[in-house]
Ligand binder design. Structure first.
Ligand code: E4P
Ligand code: PEP
Length: 368
């Protein structure tokens, strides 16, 4: 140890003050078991989850020719609005189910570039109170209600403990562009029972998404909590149902055929069956919701022209088009409008889904 000369100020070392210096409080959290006892997975919800996972797995592995479509709000912020959206989507899912496997984005944990509202799970009141216990209850209740409509739930895996509370109700999950390269998230993905998409990075790198699929397909061990909240080591088997999601990057969109081919080639080189979903939003639309339809149509055209590696599409959609900032006075929030990224309206969503159904039908006739 080096000693400072006695005439210089000495560092103060307070007993017990080497940790939690930047922590203002700890608040107890409900255990996964208590939450699941309060809102158990019903038989109807379980049926939807299992059927949704199987449909996605069959599509990704080429056993089902339909297209996997993950569609819904950029983020959930209003329970009643989310349920109204789910009811409309559940009816449409029935109508177009012969060619499209529709699953709803129930995204509640939002990754931010710097700071911002972090989603319904973290701050359900949108006040900064961060009542995560309430967020967990409402999210689980919503996921169950959506599933009970026969509509599978799709979500992003972000908080490392959230899956223990929610993922028995999830049919499909993904890692976002900001976490696909994170080891913590890759090893967590290796435990997930649902098929998973891995987005390319915000910089546009596709290889890192393929690396994530390979990492997640392998067994790992990591720290977590069990259903009783007991800290534990979980040993995983690996998730065999990973696919790439192209969402564009810093240099622009990446849904054009050369990027789809790059992703397919990288997957093949890694010994994986090429399976790609294209996200019509984010950097593929330049975050302009009026451009999502261009991406949608272009990708459908590629698929109809024989692009079999394309197995899915993602659309950010809400009851109303566009987006709004979260106002200080929450009573002035506009109903059904996104508070994160801009979404296409329900009317446009319906049109695009029916158009896809027709286009895939025409492509089937053309190959006969
Ligand atoms: O999908 C939503 C956003 O693109 C993502 O959460 C990042 O948002 P931000 O750049 O506004 O923080
Ligand atoms: C945050 C999202 O996307 P990305 O990770 O591609 O930015 C999202 O899909 O909500």
């Amino acid at each position: 140890m080096t000693h400072l000369p006695e005439d210089q100020p000495q560092p103060t070392i307070e007993a017990g003050r080497t940790e939690n210096l930047n922590v203002s409080s700890f608040t107890p959290l409900i255990t996964p078991r208590a939450l699941k006892q309060k809102y158990p997975l019903t038989k109807e919800a379980e049926k939807t989850v299992l059927a949704g996972r199987k449909a996605a797995q069959d599509i990704l592995h080429g056993r089902d020719d339909r297209l996997l479509v993950v569609v819904g709000p950029c983020s959930i912020h209003d329970y009643a609005g989310a349920l109204e959206y789910a009811q409309k989507l559940a009816a449409l899912r029935e109508e177009v189910g012969g060619r499209l496997e529709i699953q709803m984005r129930v995204y509640v944990d939002k990754p931010r570039t710097t700071v911002g509202w972090r989603g319904y799970l973290m701050d359900p009141d949108m006040t900064g109170a961060n009542d995560i216990n309430k967020g967990l209850e409402l999210t689980r209740k919503l996921m169950l209600e959506v599933s009970e409509l026969g509509l599978p739930v799709a979500t992003e895996l972000l908080d490392p403990f959230a899956p223990q509370y929610l993922f028995d109700a999830v049919a499909w999950a993904c890692l976002g562009a900001r976490t696909t390269e994170s080891q913590t998230h890759r090893v967590m993905s290796s435990a997930v029972s649902a098929p998973m998409g891995f987005k390319n990075g915000t910089g546009g790198g596709i290889k890192l998404a393929v690396d994530a699929i390979v990492a997640a397909a392998n067994p790992h061990a990591f720290f977590t909590v069990d259903d009783d909240g007991q800290a534990c080591i979980v040993h995983t088997r690996g998730n065999p149902d990973g696919h790439v999601i192209l969402r564009g990057g810093r240099n622009g969109p990446n849904y054009a055929p050369q990027f789809v081919k790059e992703a397919a080639d990288l997957m093949s080189a890694a010994g994986l069956t090429p399976a790609i979903m294209v996200d019509c939003s984010h950097a593929n639309s330049g975050s302009d919701h009026t451009r999502q339809n261009l991406v949608w149509r272009d990708v459908l055209h590629q698929r109809s022209a024989g692009g079999r590696a394309i197995r899915g599409l993602m659309l950010e959609s809400n009851l109303q088009g566009g987006k709004q900032s979260i106002p200080a006075d929450l009573s002035s929030l506009k109903a059904g409008v996104s508070v994160t990224d801009a979404c296409v309206s329900w009317e446009e969503t319906e049109g695009l889904l029916r158009e896809a159904y027709r286009a895939l039908g025409e492509a089937e006739v053309a190959v006969r």
